[in-house]
Design a protein around this ligand. Sequence first.
Ligand code: GRF
Length: 190
Amino acid sequence: MKRLSIFVSGNGTNLQRIAEYFANNPEVEIANVVCNNPKAYSIERAKNLGIPLRMITREEFKSEAFVKEMQDLHVDLIVLAGFLWKIPENLVKAFPKKIVNIHPALLPKYGGKGFYGEHVHEAVVAAKEAQSGITVHYVNEIYDSGEIILQARVCLDEKETPDSLAAKIHQLEQAYFPIAIEQVLRSQKD
Ligand code: GRF
């Protein structure tokens, strides 16, 4: 049995998709959802999905106690699904190649501090890029810079807007994030 912990801060469309994708997989279960934002719709989604919810404060998140809590849960993979805090070094070290993140652009471009959500798509459209996409990568101590696991691309149209690009990127996330997670879990077995 592989156990996932999904870290969220926002709407939770990736959480929803991942939960639905693995719902009928007897080998994979979601141990909990960790959320740092009391206003996140992800909270509703976790409740509706029947997944244990762990709200977290900044102090708790940086503590050794939280690392131990995650270890005691026997989590095989921590999945950052729109989680906006930087992962503390102690957690990264405790879960080597066991934390993945999805970024709504083709890293290493358009990554790092400040590049999240709409800000990413605004920058890509402003730069008149021919392509954009998603990047699923391992998480290390530096924002958006771990080893890349999977990238998927879309072309920008002449009249692309940040909103129209966001919709295209959302489709890619829904299609590929669960597959990337499955790929990582399989690689853990080998
Ligand atoms: C997604 O665009 C993802 O690429 C980024 O944060 C957003 C999360 O959206 N990391 P949601 O909360 O899963 O709907």
